[in-house]
Design a binder for this molecule. Structure first.
Ligand SMILES: [Zn+2]
Length: 365
């Protein structure tokens, strides 16, 4: 299984110049290859393939010595992008490939990082061939020896590295059902666990969201086409990015803790739930965070060899753990069962039912 980590990177001024140059050269090569395909097809009716273009790369580099400053695999990746653009067009997934300008050509890729040890020999840096050791702002742990692809992106005046990592397939491991946990993506809480733990969306996130709203109001007051509007736009984009990173960080930490401290994780099938749910409840931010959280939990389960189970959440908010139906509307925070006397946070009760369903599913299978 492959996953992608995105980290901000902080090149030195000199490295940054090289990265800008790489972007420019890659874009020119992209457009040139596109032009070659177009012109050849027009003149002869024949297609130029990826391998033809790849074979002519060495000669091209001889004529254009500046291209020696870019790693050859990075250049090959450019040709592959052109090829993919054509494939997408032929298979109806995209329009006819277009020339790219500075604004829509923003990344370059090292498709096979094979000199792994060399790549990460310096702490806190990634090695980009022809550019150097670039400082990485690593906000979480990752295994450098598993990185096999690096994609460098220029976005909102910053640089990022997407590191594609190959994870081992853990295969089937015996699930110790005693360490199973149910997760309810809650109404009161971001989520609640069957062991009684509840986790709320952190305050710093709501604060950042308020700040974003303020910046957006400010932007809307700026005159179109003005310098100030451009500046305000960048600020909004940066704030967006910050929130996205904060949220990701929160979701990663929580999912990591959840997965490493349990053997079986049972969650609601969000697709089923979304269909059933009241429309105005479905706040888009929440929905997005929930599904991202579930995705993180799911892949961490695979990574650490844990069992991940999805269950139908139907009626989990309207039933007691004893099986007695306990109707609650949205304003009711505490679950109180008239039959068995259970009194608990409503989301925790739902989480308990979710766990129960998951374990039933596992033992039945
Ligand atoms: Zn009960």
């Amino acid at each position: 299984m492959q996953i992608v980590y995105r980290f901000e990177i902080r090149p030195t001024q000199e490295q940054e110049q090289k990265m800008f140059r790489t972007l420019r050269l890659c874009r020119h090569l992209y457009n040139r290859s596109l032009e070659e395909r177009r012109a050849t097809y027009k003149a002869t009716g024949k297609s130029v393939t990826y391998s033809i273009q790849q074979n002519s790369l060495p000669a091209f580099k001889k004529e254009n010595p500046e291209y020696r400053t870019v790693h050859s695999q990075v250049l090959q990746d450019v040709l592959r992008r052109v090829d993919r653009a054509y494939q997408n067009f032929f298979e109806g997934r995209a329009g006819y490939p277009r020339f790219r300008n500075r604004d829509n050509y923003r990344s370059f890729t090292y498709p096979q990082v094979d000199v792994v040890r060399e790549t990460f020999q310096r702490d806190g840096c990634i090695y980009l061939s022809k550019i150097g050791f670039v400082k990485v702002i690593a906000h979480r742990l990752f295994e450098p020896e598993r990185v096999f692809q690096i994609n460098i992106i220029r976005k909102h005046n910053k640089w990022y590295a997407n590191l594609t990592v190959e994870l081992p397939d853990p295969g089937q491991t015996p699930g110790d059902l005693e360490r199973g946990i149910g997760v309810d993506m809650g109404l009161l809480h971001f989520y609640a666990l069957s062991d009684g733990t509840t986790v709320d969306t952190p305050r710093y996130l709501s604060k950042s969201e308020q700040k974003l709203a303020k910046l957006q109001r400010r932007l809307s007051r700026k005159k179109k086409g003005s310098k100030n509007r451009r500046k305000a736009k960048i600020k909004v984009a940066q704030c967006h990015e910050k929130i996205a990173n904060q949220r990701k960080d929160f979701l990663h930490k929580k999912s990591y803790n959840l997965v490493t401290s349990n053997n079986v994780i049972v969650m609601e099938d969000l697709q089923i739930r979304n269909m059933a749910q009241n429309r105005h409840l479905a706040k888009s931010i929440h929905d997005a965070s929930w599904s991202a959280f579930q995705k993180y939990v799911e892949y961490k389960c695979r990574k650490y060899g844990k069992q991940f189970v999805k269950v139908d959440p139907k009626d989990t908010s309207q039933t007691c753990t004893c099986g007695h139906p306990v109707a609650k509307d949205l304003s009711v925070r505490m679950h109180k069962c008239p039959r068995c006397g259970l009194e608990e946070d409503r989301d925790v009760v739902s989480a308990k039912l979710i766990l129960e369903r998951g374990l039933k599913k596992l033992t039945a299978a």
